[in-house]
Design a protein around this ligand. Sequence first.
Ligand code: 5RP
Length: 231
Amino acid sequence: MAIDANEQTRLKQKAAERALELVEPGMTVGLGSGSTATLWIKLLGEKVRDQGLKIRAIASSEDSEKLGRSYGIPFTTFEETRVIDLAVDGADEVAPGLALIKGGGGKLLREKIVASAAKKFVVVADESKIVEKLGKFPLPVEVIPMAEPLVNDALRDLGFTPKVRANKDGSQHITDEGNLILDCSGLLIDDPDTMAAELDSIVGVVEHGLFLEMADIALIAAAGGIVERTE
Ligand code: 5RP
């Protein structure tokens, strides 16, 4: 569903506000990436800075960690703690069963690590992200640079049209981990589980943007209010 950009930002803010209600003192919190997660990090940061909320965080990107630190959010690592109590992140598409495409911002690898360690993984999104079938949004696949031509061929064999992600200046986009992203368009994904297994089996693929059976709740902001989806 197409929404005007201002309305979309307003809805993202509403979803972020609802997610803030889930944060409790003492929690280890996972910080997502992207515009909706950014709104949430700002709200969380204000609560830490202005109200003395005691939490610690693990971020899914350098940008999100930098933003969190600017508010005084303390950070921890998986060396210190193996479990995140609550992770909050955006999504590019949300399909039935809370099957997601993520990685539009190129942070899918760390996002998946953070989500996988979370006792509760909450997706915050506006209603434009809801789809019946995943794949209209090009699926991001993070790839070891040396293997890119091989992975590109394998993705074409699966029916995708992969494109190496570029920065605005035309240079190749390099992830926080020094890899490339192939944005894979042209295929609606009928069976996400089978597709995820296919992608996992390609040597040189570091991670892909299919997040399946990971999200516990999606807070979907629509004009009529927040819809909490658990499936
Ligand atoms: C970044 C992501 C984002 O969460 C996803 O792209 C949604 O972004 P936004 O909240 O800006 O719409 O996966 O890698």
